[in-house]
Design a protein around this ligand. Structure first.
Ligand code: SAM
Length: 268
């Protein structure tokens, strides 16, 4: 492809561009875009994934922060009727403006690692719009997302994401697939928002609060870390053993603690 514009990767935008055709193809097969679908790509960069998604015939909206990439993307894709470019910060982007049907939006991206966690939380605020998400993330983050109780990876990120989504760690990608290569291993994760929450909390803000408090000091017992929120008796009444550490509790137990807190705290 002849390129009229040259672009140097910028560290502050987390730019590690995919160049390995085999990896790109594997990601596109995992996404499996189809005509008639509505896809949002975060951080298209120089378009490594964009071409494959567009050629499926799906409607594609892309959000790219780096203004210098806009002419590069437009040069390649502006003539495609299913392509729409939004220049701006995905963390501030209002996803409701895309006009997607409920549970229809498919979100994809090789994400800048510095914004991946806040971006996932921002997207989960609009979970009702989303059908699924496929992201390239730092492998360590994917391991935390997909973790189960009992180990060191299980924490606030695993619990709050699994509250909303089913998580699948699809495959790992080494640094050599990118230009420039990142210092860490990466992995592709699939997040599918639950149609019906398996463990709905009375107030999910209280769930966030209990989980944050509990994992602030993950070596301590729940009785200790949750002291300011729940008495030992209240913890026991929620069916939870207060002598356990937070990493030993599953999502359902955290929801019971949050609901106990909801009972004692008047809704505000
Ligand atoms: N998708 C391309 C690829 O796979 O080669 C680029 C991936 S690169 C890891 C991340 C991209 O996200 C860059 O193009 C970067 O400019 C863009 N980006 C960084 N921060 C962003 C933000 N807050 N909102 C939208 N895009 C952002």
């Amino acid at each position: 492809m002849t390129e009229q514009y040259q672009h140097r990767a910028r560290k502050r935008f987390g730019q590690n561009f995919l160049h390995d055709a085999g990896v790109i193809d594997r990601i596109l097969r995992a996404i499996n875009a189809k005509a008639g679908e509505h896809i949002l790509e975060i951080g298209p960069g120089q378009g490594a994934l964009t071409e494959g998604v567009l050629s499926s015939g799906a409607q594609l909206d892309v959000v790219e922060l780096d203004k210098d990439l806009v002419p590069i993307l437009n040069q390649q894709f502006a003539d495609r009727s299913n392509f729409r470019l939004h220049q701006g910060d995905a963390l501030k982007f209002d996803f409701t403006t895309l006009g997607a049907e409920p549970r229809a939006l498919r979100v994809v991206g090789n994400l800048p690692y510095n914004i991946s966690t806040p971006l996932i939380f921002h997207l989960l605020n609009n979970a009702g719009l989303i059908r699924d998400m496929h992201f390239m993330l730092q492998k360590e983050v994917v391991e935390r997302l997909a973790a189960g109780p009992g180990g060191g990876d299980w924490g606030r990120l695993s619990i709050m994401v699994q509250y909303h989504c089913r998580v699948e760690h699809l495959f790992n990608v080494g640094p050599g697939a990118f230009n420039p290569p990142p210092k860490v291993d990466s992995a592709i994760v699939r997040l599918v928002p639950h149609e019906t929450l398996p463990h709905p909390a009375k107030d999910h803000r209280l769930l966030e609060r209990v989980v944050r408090e509990a994992f602030n000091q993950r070596r301590k017992t729940l009785r200790n870390t949750l002291k300011a929120l729940l008495s030992s008796d209240a913890i026991e009444a929620a069916g939870v053993d207060g002598s356990l550490r937070p990493e030993q509790l599953d999502l359902a137990a955290f929801v019971r603690l949050a609901d106990k807190l909801a009972e004692q705290a008047p809704a505000n």
